[in-house]
Design a protein around this ligand. Structure first.
Ligand SMILES: Nc1ncnc2c1ncn2[C@@H]1O[C@H](COP(=O)(O)OP(=O)(O)OP(=O)(O)O)[C@@H](O)[C@H]1O
Ligand SMILES: [Mg+2]
Length: 301
């Protein structure tokens, strides 16, 4: 696995609202269900969407007495001081403390970053073993990666975020000789095909070649993601009425299928420890029915 036994997954993109927090949260919950120990850090101290997702999940589980798996979560405080320097120092100290605490304990650490450049966003990027960049399917969103020729889709100049990642990669290589596996994920894909969407797709592929990253088949535009947020649920949670507070739909199943494909495409490392735990839990679930397995998968709160 990573440097310390904990594989660090960073979700980043300077474009706001591209699906970072939603993707990061889904990924974390998926890994919990796979039997891994998962920690998460929300570096977005202003919006704290990931943290709200975590809190919503805990509340929902508590109110209904449900045994859901939870990540060991850390978040930064909303900045109080007027001094940028003071805030930066406080955030950095808390971030470092969280990373030290999970090192070697968690199998995976998922770090959600804000849609803008901060000192911690940069630091988080250079710690990544896997970097996931969700991209909405439009030329406007691609502009965050590279300025693209509107007719041919050829990338021209690399943009600020792409340069930030390249810098993080160079730093990382100098520090411990590791590379960051960078994956672009198309998110909120429209079900309707159009010329402009085909242009976007071909532009993403060309950008990926230029930047040395991979492209994963993404997630379609589905209202279900917005409806799961207030309950802190994901498409990986069991789709029964008790959990959802309503009936599951076909859209849940399709979204789950898409996310699974995406997660396969990430090619995350599987440790022997976690694989053994997973096998033990699968055997247990088979003997006991599915209800008990949540208890065993839950990490500390
Ligand atoms: N595949 C999808 N289909 C429909 N809506 C989606 C999808 N993915 C995310 N969303 C919705 O898009 C909005 C933005 O998503 P999210 O908060 O995950 O983005 P973000 O990149 O973390 O934003 P920010 O940059 O502000 O932190 C949310 O309302 C979320 O529910
Ligand atoms: Mg976010």
């Amino acid at each position: 696995m990573g440097r310390t036994g904990t594989h660090v997954i960073v979700i980043g993109n300077e474009k706001g609202g591209s699906g970072k927090s939603t993707t990061g949260f889904h990924l974390a919950i998926y890994l919990l269900y796979q039997g891994y120990k998962v920690a998460s850090i929300d570096v977005d101290s202003r919006q704290q969407t990931f943290t709200t997702y975590v809190k919503n999940r805990r509340n929902w589980a508590q109110q209904r007495d449900l045994k859901l798996p939870h990540t060991t979560h850390f978040h930064l405080p909303i900045p109080k001081s007027d001094s940028i320097k003071e805030n930066q120092k406080l955030e950095f100290d808390l971030f470092r403390q969280a990373v030290v605490e999970v090192e070697g304990v968690a199998d995976f650490l998922v770090v959600d970053t804000p849609g803008f450049d901060t000192h911690l966003t940069r630091l988080a990027h250079s710690l990544a073993d896997t970097l996931i960049t969700p991209l909405n399917d439009s030329l406007i969103d691609l502009d965050v990666m590279a300025h693209v020729d509107p007719v041919t889709g050829d990338p021209r100049e690399m943009s600020h975020y792409a340069r930030l990642v390249q810098r993080a990669r160079t730093e990382r290589l100098a520090i411990d000789g590791r590379t960051i596996d960078w994956i672009l994920v198309r998110n909120r894909i429209s079900m309707l095909s159009s010329r402009s969407m085909r242009l976007v797709q071909s532009a993403i592929e060309k950008i990926a070649v230029r930047l040395g990253c991979r492209v994963a088949e993404g997630i379609a535009e589905r209202v279900i993601f917005r409806s799961l947020f207030p309950m802190g649920l994901t498409v990986f949670d069991p789709l029964d009425e008790e959990l959802l507070g309503g009936l599951p739909s076909m859209s849940h199943l399709s979204a789950r299928q898409e996310y699974r494909q995406l997660l396969d495409a990430l090619r995350l490392p599987i440790s022997e420890r976690a694989a053994a735990r997973n096998a033990a839990m699968a055997a247990f679930a088979e003997g006991q029915g599915n209800v008990g397995q949540f208890e065993h998968m839950a990490t500390s709160s």
